[in-house]
Ligand binder design. Structure first.
Ligand code: SF4
Length: 640
């Protein structure tokens, strides 16, 4: 017998980000409402942090610190115990300030006498410019300039909250961090045992707080179905804690796990114990599987007609994929933030670099220009998976309709386009439509540095509100860029990034090291290219990450083509399967070199040491660079 359409609650589990809602629930809620489903959403990541740092939460942390045996105290817990009074008094003001509700407290914060300062404040010394003789004894002065009152206070307030997070880590839960929580329990874990053990442990203060918040959300929304969206391994443990509470308190509520983590790591799921916590796990774009599942829950569809869905049958995990077309990107509806406390997010300022701060500072409406990637060739990328391989664009008219609806709903005009690589053609059409309709927004997003981005197009994008872009320069070596099928050269990246920078757009480069066959010389040369890009004003920030081989990438699928051999994964693994170790016969000390890359880049981002010999950044002996000293300068002046 069929029942009425189920009520749905989409949950953002801890931890994701604190400055703006992670977009998955906004997408799903918008889509489900467009199909007439009663859908609500809740951000338990933000709620958890606000609760732990509320007066009552801090009192409980204080009790936990006081209960610690002497031998287990750390410098952070000792600081917290000694300064608890001023900490408890300052925290509500810091939270209100970071939420944008009490800006004048910046003056107090900047006195450096208002906030008790723990170990995190020692990092301020890292910003001292060794060559500056006019910093007047204040390490922040050169970085903020005379006018940075709010930014300066925001940075100090962020350090204060980071100190509090460290206290939670040391006194309550060693796995606690703001942007990831208990990540190692889920990341590339072939076996479920570490998660199962952690979930069987008695709840600590963080767990108990999350439990209370979950029950409150159930009481408020009375859902029939709860969607737990897990984008990263660092949100899996908390999602399953939430699911555990739901199973105990409301066994009839159907729980569903989905999101980026499931899509990449759980594709070969065979672990029945996961279903002690959730009833279903769905793969890839959630819209179609959810519609099918809701029909099933309403008694209108059998289990054999579920779409891309894992479920448990006795002790066996079943995967059902009754093939139905996905919802076209044009028809997925407009995301909605309705129900999320938009005035309660915390604008944190971890990094002073103007581009880096965009990720943690300010509330951005998140939107996708197109589904998937139009290039889908890079050999390190999950090109075999739906989130990359299924490319579908929406028309500029539809996108600007969505933008206008979102501005109307949220009252905020900042947009982060969260595409893996937004297509230049679609961005051009979008910019023209924004300008045609006179829609004033600011936006930023991720692209490929391809030659279609001419100076004229970069200017058009800037005119339409583009304030920043990021893209992959990856290994910064033409030989390796070719091997990884990135479809760009260093010279071309220099021209494109310069065109954006000249149009007043901030540019961030994603960088990589440790790619198969990468030599020490390649790595030294990469940092020299990066140095020259900073020197010539092409890029403003970057991030070097270590190459990781995934089973869904071309390197993972055809390792011999890249000169590496894969280490076997555990044969009895029934849970996550994504990253895979490999053996590269090229004798390169990537650990040692990685330190040099990160140190050099960090300093370049703060305008330090751009003239120095590139070798000075590495802790190990490295050869001289083979890159001509004026390579980038020449690339920029040579006619194309
Ligand atoms: S790395 Fe980026 S550009 Fe390359 S295939 Fe993946 S999403 Fe596309």
């Amino acid at each position: 017998m069929s029942s009425p359409s189920p009520r749905v609650l989409a949950v953002i589990p801890p931890m994701t980000q604190l400055n703006t809602p992670y977009p998955s629930t906004a997408y799903l809620t918008g889509f489900l409402r467009s199909r007439g489903v009663k859908a609500q959403q809740v951000d338990l990541a933000l709620a958890l942090v606000l609760e732990l740092f509320s007066p009552a939460g801090l009192a409980q942390v204080h009790a936990a610190v006081q209960a610690l045996p002497e031998a287990l105290h750390t410098p952070q817990t000792a600081w917290f115990a000694a300064e608890f009074g001023p900490i408890a008094a300052a925290t509500p003001r810091v939270i209100a300030f970071l939420q944008g509700r009490d800006p004048t407290v910046a003056h107090r914060i900047n006195t450096r006498a208002f906030l008790p300062e723990g170990a995190r404040f020692a990092s301020l010394d890292a910003y001292v410019d060794p060559d500056a003789d006019d910093s007047g004894g204040d390490p922040l002065a050169w970085a903020f300039g005379a006018l940075g009152l709010q930014d300066r206070a925001r940075h100090l307030a962020t350090l204060f909250l980071n100190d509090l997070a460290d206290v939670l880590r040391d006194a309550v839960d060693p796995r606690f961090e703001f942007v990831r929580y208990a990540e190692s329990l889920a990341a590339a874990q072939a076996h479920f045992d570490p998660l199962a053990d952690a979930l069987a442990a008695p709840p600590n203060l963080v767990d108990a707080t999350l439990q209370r918040l979950t029950l409150d959300a159930l009481d408020q929304h009375r859902p029939d179905v709860v969607l737990l969206s897990v984008p990263f391994p660092g949100s899996v443990y908390a999602a399953l804690r939430i699911a555990q509470v739901i199973k105990a308190a409301r066994p009839n509520v159907v729980t569903v796990l989905g999101g980026g983590y499931v899509n990449t790591e759980l594709r070969e799921l065979a672990e029945p114990r996961l279903f002690d916590f959730v009833d279903y796990a769905t793969l890839d774009a959630g819209e179609r599987p959810l519609l099918a599942l809701l029909e099933h829950v309403a008694g209108k569809r059998s289990k054999t007609r579920l779409v891309r869905t894992f479920w448990r049958d006795g002790e066996e995990v079943k995967y059902t994929n009754f093939v139905e077309p996905d919802i076209p990107f044009d028809d997925v509806g407009t995301p909605t933030w309705d129900g999320l406390p938009l005035d309660r997010y915390l604008s944190l300022l971890d990094m002073l670099n103007p581009m880096n701060r965009l990720w943690s500072d300010g509330r951005w409406n998140k939107l996708t220009v197109a589904h998937g990637c139009y290039w889908k060739k890079c050999s390190f990328c999950d090109v075999s998976l739906d989130y990359i391989s299924r490319y579908e664009a929406a028309s500029a008219e539809v996108l600007v309709d969505r933008i206008e609806a979102i501005v109307k709903e949220t009252g905020q005009t900042g947009f982060h386009f969260v595409d893996e690589a937004a297509p230049p053609k679609a961005l051009k059409a979008l910019a023209e439509e924004l300008i045609r309709r006179n829609v004033a927004i600011s936006w930023w997003g991720n692209i490929r540095f391809e030659k279609t981005f001419t100076p004229e197009l970069c200017q058009l994008l800037a005119d339409s509100g583009c304030i920043a872009i990021s893209g992959g320069l990856e290994v910064a070596s033409d030989r390796l860029l070719q091997l990884m099928k990135k479809g760009v050269s260093v010279e071309q990246v220099a021209r494109v990034t310069k065109a954006f920078a000249d149009a007043g757009v901030l540019v961030h480069a994603y960088l990589m090291y440790g790619f198969p066959t990468q030599t020490t010389q390649d790595t030294v040369d990469a940092l020299e290219y990066v140095r020259q890009l900073f020197e010539n004003g092409c890029i403003h920030s970057g991030f070097f990450h270590r190459f990781a081989c995934t089973v869904h990438s071309p390197v993972g699928m055809n390792p011999a083509e890249y000169g590496v051999t894969l280490q076997p994964l555990p044969a009895d693994g029934r849970f996550a399967r994504n990253d895979i170790a490999f053996i590269d016969p090229t004798p390169t000390d990537h650990d040692g070199l990685g330190q040099g890359l990160k140190k050099g880049l960090y300093n370049f981002m703060h305008g330090i040491g751009i003239d120095s010999d590139i070798r000075s950044w590495f802790p190990v002996r490295v050869p001289k660079t083979t890159v001509p000293r004026r390579f980038v300068e020449r690339a920029l002046t040579t006619p194309r």
